[in-house]
Design a protein around this ligand. Structure first.
Ligand SMILES: Cc1ncc(COP(=O)(O)O)c(C=O)c1O
Length: 441
């Protein structure tokens, strides 16, 4: 079925107008804006979404990778319903948080202990604070372009562009939110993904002030390039050399395998940040790691920990119950199926690009993929960074796919869930073929 987008007479457009008077942008997440008007969802089931106008879309975003089993999974639904009837939030601990922590520590070899929070943003912030408290040092190193949520320090150089990114060997630290303190540049040093030499030099240079290096092993905004094992190995060895910590942000990459990307790539971080899939579709974050590091969260003397952490809804039993129901259903064969779906999609897209002589490419792994409207070899953010013409092409691709019942992010990052069938993949590739014809001719 052809959907009309944009559609000024649609209920989505109407809701947008109504929303604008009470919410900036008419919605609460800048990541879900689609111009000229966003789409307002009514419900989701399995691999498909239905919007408020009754249009259906194959969901190739999955709430930015957080839905892994499919929308409205019946096992999660039933577990959550039972929990709802028993109350949703208490100022007491619950057994459910211990159970989810046991499952996660059992799967992730580097995590001896876990503390929960409510989002990946909060977890990254907590991990940075923990590293600072553990090492008693202020600075962090992060990768240019890498997204780790909206904490000022973690956002540095997320939106760098050729006008301000500086030399490749030592990228400039560029605040993302306007008004972020100037001191950010003293506390956040930026390196390029896969730049082993630049990273080693930066770690040694910042060494005596360095609390941690923050690494996403498959950073989506960096272009989802393949991780060079020499890079992650150099980060691991050099952080040990200067006695700083390695924090692995597995908020998305925990989707890759039972033990996350660290199991796939043989990385042994001091701390791991989790979110998204571990909440079974509910707001969640978690910080895991070696128990001597995690000790900073423990109120060992008196009431106050080195890093006090609370949160009114932290580890609430609804999220914990959904997380347990989700993680229990994820077996080795689930990840095999996700790999199979991802391989079908990436292989199918490459085939289409070739057939249409489009100078495009696709990166990604497991159930994740990212489409690029160019053929530059992608090893880091600067290779993947889109100029304004390329960004316009990707917006146009998103609109043409919406018209063909496929929902993909505006920058070409895609992800499928376990309810996706081979027929759904066929639908995606068919829609992509038609959209490509319109976008590149
Ligand atoms: C790698 C990574 N880290 C952290 C975050 C922040 O997570 P949240 O949106 O739950 O705050 C995200 C969100 O997309 C992410 O992709």
């Amino acid at each position: 079925m052809r959907i009309s987008y944009p559609a000024s007479t649609s209920r989505s457009a109407e809701l947008h107008q109504r929303g604008l008077s009470v919410i900036p942008d008419g919605l609460s997440r800048s990541t879900v804006i689609i111009r000229p008007h966003p789409i307002y969802v009514d419900h989701g089931k399995g691999a498909w979404l239905t919007d408020v106008d009754g249009n259906r879309y194959l969901d190739c975003n999955n709430n930015f990778t957080s839905i892994i089993l499919g929308h409205a999974d019946p096992v999660i639904e039933s577990a959550v319903r039972t929990q709802l009837a028993s109350g949703t939030a208490f100022s007491m601990a619950t057994e459910a948080e211990i159970e989810l922590a046991e499952i996660l520590c059992g799967r992730i070899s580097s995590c001896e202990q876990i503390r929960f929070c409510n989002s990946g943003t909060e977890a990254v912030m907590g991990a940075i604070k923990a590293a600072r408290a553990f090492t008693r040092r202020p600075a962090i190193i992060k990768v240019e372009g890498s997204y780790h949520g909206t904490y000022d320090h973690a956002e540095a150089s997320l939106g760098s562009d050729p006008s301000n990114w500086g030399v490749a060997a030592a990228p400039s630290t560029i605040p993302y939110a306007q008004g972020a303190p100037e001191s950010l540049a003293e506390e956040v040093v930026v390196v390029q993904f896969n730049d082993e030499q630049g990273a080693v030099e930066a770690i040694r240079r910042v060494g005596p002030r360095l609390a941690a290096v923050l690494l996403d092993p498959m950073p989506s905004r960096v272009g989802m390039p393949a991780l060079d094992p020499a890079f992650s190995e150099a980060l691991r060895q050099t952080t040990r050399e200067v006695e700083a910590l390695l924090i692995l942000d597995e908020v998305i990459s925990f989707r890759l395998a039972q033990g996350g990307a660290q199991a796939v790539h043989g990385i042994d971080p001091d701390m791991t940040v989790l979110a998204k899939i571990i909440g079974g579709g509910f707001p969640v974050g978690a910080i895991g790691g070696r128990s001597d590091v995690m000790e900073v969260f423990s109120a060992v003397e008196g009431d106050r920990a080195a890093v006090p952490s609370g949160g009114t809804y932290t580890a609430n039993p609804v999220t914990m119950t959904a997380g347990i129901a989700c993680m229990r259903q994820l077996s080795e064969s689930s990840f095999d199926r996700l790999d199979d779906l991802g391989n079908q999609i990436r292989g199918g897209l490459e085939h289409l690009f070739e057939q249409r002589s489009a100078q495009w490419q696709v990166t990604g792994d497991g159930s994740l993929f990212r489409i690029h409207p160019h053929q530059r070899r992608i090893r880091s953010y600067r290779d993947a960074h889109l100029d304004s013409d390329e960004a316009t092409v990707m917006t146009s691709l998103q609109h043409r796919l919406l018209e063909r019942e496929v929902y993909l992010s505006g920058y070409g990052m895609g992800c499928v869930n376990l309810a996706t069938s081979d027929a759904d993949v066929h639908h995606l590739l068919g829609a992509m073929d038609e959209a490509l014809e319109l976008v590149v001719g």
